[in-house]
Design a protein around this ligand. Structure first.
Ligand code: SF4
Ligand code: SF4
Length: 484
């Protein structure tokens, strides 16, 4: 580690004692007991825009399971039946490599995005933050009031009023958890199935009903009890911040150059601090409102911390304070360490460039693979354990198994196999197969060839596959003959 460059925290604090906050998380006391966080209700520019973005994302999340494209859902991730639909396009287990590439692309994207923009994802897009801060917390504020009223209610003795408020809150929490659980279930088994489970007698869908209850219980536990602990101790993305963020990453940051030395001032003496000959003091008036609004219970003035989910509440509250004390807004803002500490302009670093190139290559490869994905995939294999059979003195036959997978929403009435580049005959066992939407067909056929056309034990042959008269693919396989 470089000894010249102080860390963000070093630049604010000079002794170890003041770094003690890094030894524990802010929501656990010295006895290891959880400290319940009662964040003050935030309001301001960023809060308003986060509300708007949340509403749009919530509408999208709850609405998407009901959108159909050519009869297929927009998204379906049915792991149980191995049925996957992305943007209305069915994907089969044969497309697994596309999923692997998509996952790698997504991970690289997350890394790149985090290097450049820090944890903006957590504050603006993450479902955990959106549900916690914009749904459950809002219900809580509505029923129990702001932070102080909540503390008072929790400390109060049980009476009718407390029982009513707590009962109403937790009933609504469970109802919302149930809606969320059903929505997530709709992404797995499809909205039609979820509606069936809800509308038909429980006895007809015992498994589905139990799944609904379990999902609802998990969401209820997360939002009623776990809350910020999910971000602090469970979420792997949060744990990765230490290696992803650098001094050029944009984070919610306190401008310690401008803010220090923080100085408490009385309203009556405010004017004196603004005169030209007043002693130099920092812009932070140490009101601690930024700590009081923080849903993860941290003090952003200590520097970038893993617990910060970039919710922007501290930016809004500090801007309101700055307005009141006639100082410029932005003491807490989206910015990078280097910009604050050294007044440098933001720059596009080598790491950002390298990540961008890798990301573009991966996206290009993914688009190429999806565009060249076969609509119908055929697998033709010689039946294991079978040798060639003698048909007559001049002809031999081999038995093959075939499997045709339809990756489209179309139905095909006739799948036809044609031997090419060689004289011979394909004799199907049974009728020509048909293919339903996203369905598959399997069966067997014999291939009969003239002995004289064979060169030895292994003879490559080619079979064209036609779906309703349209050539779909050309498959290579082998014909087994006698040793020559
Ligand atoms: S809200 Fe602003 S002024 Fe108040 S303590 Fe936080 S940083 Fe300082
Ligand atoms: S430090 Fe600020 S942005 Fe980070 S979680 Fe707390 S209130 Fe939100």
């Amino acid at each position: 580690m470089s000894s010249q460059k102080p860390s963000l925290v070093d630049s604010i604090f000079q002794d170890d004692e003041q770094e003690a906050f890094r030894d524990h998380i802010g929501t656990v006391d010295s006895a290891g007991k959880r400290i319940w966080v009662y964040p003050k209700k935030p309001e301001g520019f960023f809060t308003k825009w986060r509300d708007i973005v949340s509403i749009i994302l919530l509408i999208a999340l709850f609405g998407m399971p009901f959108i159909r494209i050519d009869g297929e859902p927009l998204f379906l991730l049915n792991i149980l039946e191995r049925r996957f639909v992305l943007f209305g396009q069915p994907f089969t287990p044969q497309d697994f490599h596309l999923f692997v590439f998509a996952m790698i692309t997504m991970i690289v994207f997350i890394i790149l995005f985090t290097v450049v923009f820090g944890r903006i994802f957590c504050g603006w897009i993450c479902p955990q933050t959106i549900f916690m801060e914009n749904v459950f917390r809002k219900i809580e504020y509505w029923i129990e009031g702001d932070a102080n009223a909540q503390k008072r209610l929790n400390a109060a003795k049980w009476d009718g009023k407390k029982a009513w408020k707590k009962g109403l809150k937790y009933t609504l929490f469970f109802a919302v958890s149930w809606v969320i659980a059903n929505t997530f279930l709709a992404y797995i088994i499809g909205s039609d199935q979820v509606i069936q489970i809800i509308s038909e007698p429980i006895s007809m869908h015992v498994g589905g009903f139990i799944a609904m209850l379990i999902f609802s219980g998990v969401f209820y536990f997360v939002f009623a009890y776990m809350r910020e602990q999910v971000c602090l101790v469970v979420c792997p993305y949060g744990r990765l911040q230490g290696v992803l963020l650098d001094r050029d990453s944009i984070v919610v940051a306190y401008d310690f150059v401008r803010g220090e030395p923080r100085t408490r001032i009385k309203k009556a003496k405010l004017a004196e601090t603004l005169t030209e000959d007043a002693p130099k003091i920092g812009d932070c008036i140490d009101c601690k409102l930024c700590v009081q609004v923080c849903p993860t219970g941290i003090d952003i003035r200590n520097g970038t911390q893993l617990e910060c989910i970039n919710c922007t509440a501290c930016i809004d509250v500090c801007d309101a304070v700055m307005d009141k004390v006639d100082r410029p807004r932005g003491l807490i803002r989206y910015d990078s360490y280097n910009t604050i500490a050294e007044g440098k302009k933001r720059r596009f670093t080598t790491r950002m460039a390298a990540y961008s190139i890798v990301l573009l290559l991966l996206i290009g490869l993914e688009v190429f693979l999806i565009n060249h994905r076969s609509q119908i995939e055929t697998l033709i294999l010689r039946t294991p354990g079978m040798r060639y059979q003698k048909v007559d003195d001049e002809h031999l036959s081999n038995l093959y198994n075939y499997e045709v997978v339809n990756k489209t929403n179309k139905e095909y009435q006739q799948i036809h196999f044609k031997l090419v580049e060689m004289d011979g005959e394909i004799k199907l066992v049974g009728k020509e197969p048909t293919l339903g939407k996203s369905g598959q067909a399997s069966g067997s056929f014999f291939i009969v060839l003239e002995k004289d056309d064979l060169h030895g034990q292994k003879n490559p042959i080619f079979i064209e596959v036609y779906a309703d008269g349209e050539l779909i693919e050309k498959v290579k396989t082998n014909f087994m003959g006698p040793i020559k």
